[in-house]
Design a protein around this ligand. Sequence first.
Ligand SMILES: Cc1cc2nc3c(=O)[nH]c(=O)nc-3n(C[C@H](O)[C@H](O)[C@H](O)COP(=O)(O)O)c2cc1C
Length: 496
Amino acid sequence: MAPIDGAEVAKHNNKKSSWIVLDSKVYDITSFLSEHPGGAAILLKQAGSDATTEFKKYHPLDYVNDLPAGSDLGPVDSNTLAQLRVPKEVEAKPASSTGDKIPHVSMIISAPDFERVAKSVLPHKAWVYASSSANTGLSLKTNLSDWSRINFRPRVLRNVGDVDTRRSILGQRSQYPFYISPMGTLGVIHPEAEPEMVRGAVRKGIHMVVSTASTKPTVQIMQTYVDEEKRVKGASPSKLFFQFYMPINRNKAYALLGVVKKAGYKGLWITVDTPVLGKRTADRVLQAEEALAVGVEEDSTAKWEAGNENTFAPAIGGRVATGQLSPHTTWEDLLWIRKEWNGPIVLKGIQCAEDAKLALEYGCQGILLSNHGGRQAHSAPSSLLTLLEIRTYCPEVIEKLEIYLDGGLRDGADVLKALCLGATAVGVGRPYLYALAAYGSQGVERCTDVLSEELATGMRLLGVTSLDQLRPEMVNMTPLLNEMWRPDPILLRSRL
Ligand SMILES: Cc1cc2nc3c(=O)[nH]c(=O)nc-3n(C[C@H](O)[C@H](O)[C@H](O)COP(=O)(O)O)c2cc1C
């Protein structure tokens, strides 16, 4: 194919004909505009230009293989690149490299401090992506507030000079009983994306779950981990697990599992709370604004998100991603996944006692009580409330499975509360994302230090020196218990 002139590409900058350059190749994306899960506006902004940098913030480059057949028009003439249109887009830069006045990282005393700084440095769109939640934000608010509805019952005079915060997560020894939750599309948060998060995690010996929807390829993220482990040898080992969104196409699912296995990820966290994308209100507002700005107001954004089967998908960049997630997944799918993946499996997104029990019956090793950081179901229970429900109606699950919680954990003391009630460990999401946005891997390290110091102090003030001494009677959960679901006794007998 003869190389295409940059000036020619620049002409195709509208709804009727839309071309972009990706990695020196020209693609005709006109027919894909209305199918793009994130809406046509974001693509139209790039039409007629080299979209490689913008694209790479969201996806690995091989996502272009998902474009409709015939989209690939051939190479661009490299001598004419200057004639391409130049789209206006704000770069996500870590504050530390922008010269912006932000507090020195040592001024971060509590995890919520990162949020303020991140808000001041992130481009508006990236901020909306990170902070948004479902509907009125009720699930997110409950996540945050429920932790403060449980009090400690501290014991005194117990020699708490030395404390041990170590815990095993899916058989992998960890310095702490918390890990970094999977979060997609970190390329919009920091230019180095997931590898930058991994570097911070390795330096502090904290485990991390890597998202299917990562900006960088699965294998590259693992390679960063391996390189960083070598570089800082002697540090307490961290490990990487993989978060799995079930693709619609079964062959793609097999292929992805194969890649994850070969790369050496230590466990599979299957996200089950995302058969469709929750209603991310702030994202919708932004999408509508973007659409109006490029004159596509006649198209319904709702259609792009939910109108055809291929666009049901996960929380990727505040958008849905074609073919990434199947709304048709059922418990039976766990059977073939189990055959393909012979390592441990955790179900991420369990929100009631019945499903916790099913997870046990289906042979999972763990469950993560989670409502996706308040981004999916409206009026979802906090993970703490779900834990109380499980303790009440099927306590055997807690004895037989590893139990993880996430959502709204912002203090090492919250971690302790979860562990008192039977959690193996907890996941921390946004605080790490905000830390990455503001300070890169240094922020990730600081966030770990802040949480672990609060945890160790909390243990001493509670009167324990190791995590296996934590007991339910060390917390007063009465206020939350009063709120717990009380089933009709007949229903209870038939369902649980
Ligand atoms: C920006 C963002 C992106 C996320 N992306 C994913 C994802 O790709 N896969 C997933 O299973 N969960 C994802 N989550 C949910 C987190 O794994 C986790 O459940 C949640 O963030 C925990 O709540 P917290 O942020 O209050 O700590 C995402 C959360 C956020 C905030």
